[in-house]
Design a protein around this ligand. Sequence first.
Ligand SMILES: [Zn+2]
Length: 231
Amino acid sequence: MRICIDPGHGGDDPGLQAFGITEKNVNLDIAFKLKQLLEHNGTGVVLTRDKDETLEPAERVERINQSGADYTISIHCNGGPVSAKGVETVYGHNAQTGKELAESILREISNLGIARRRAYNKLNAKREDYSFVIREAQMTAVLVETAFITNPSDNHLLSRNPFRKKIANAIATGIYNTVQINEQKSSHWALPFFNQIKEEGLVQDQYPLEKEVSWGEFSMVLARLIEKFKK
Ligand SMILES: [Zn+2]
């Protein structure tokens, strides 16, 4: 498997700047950390940029599409009013796998304590807003808005080296979960049971069936089941 990692912005385009940190540098650092983790697990990695380099949109898309990657992950920080915070993931035209990958990464990053906002599709975005990367990529591609650089508490997390490592780790786990889900799609004996509880609304996300369940997840499923019986 090969992953293309696209650290957003670079060179003359700094991205967002707030509380003394600059998005292009945060994105690149998370990208390096993710690359190291993926390669450690035997996954091939291609970066669209490995330095502080200005990339024209067409050049960025060309590097993605010539990478030979199975998935592309574009890394960004979000911005908005000072109170806005949390993680968002955006998927492109390869909708079903993209949605699963986006939801998986969203879940893993929100498990770090960053507020869970949403995984959503942004097909009609204009070229200048960076969603062109996931729209024009020829493979499954997800843009990760890791956290809000403009929010003091999110910014504090983004500014810390150990937390950027945790974000990279969460993205890697999100990728491997999705790959496992795709592999088990046609073959896993328990898939009909999982699909049934998903249809009944007891779980909302797709999970790798071999993964351990936490007490939090177990309680959530039981609570939803109890609600159903009460009705
Ligand atoms: Zn950005």
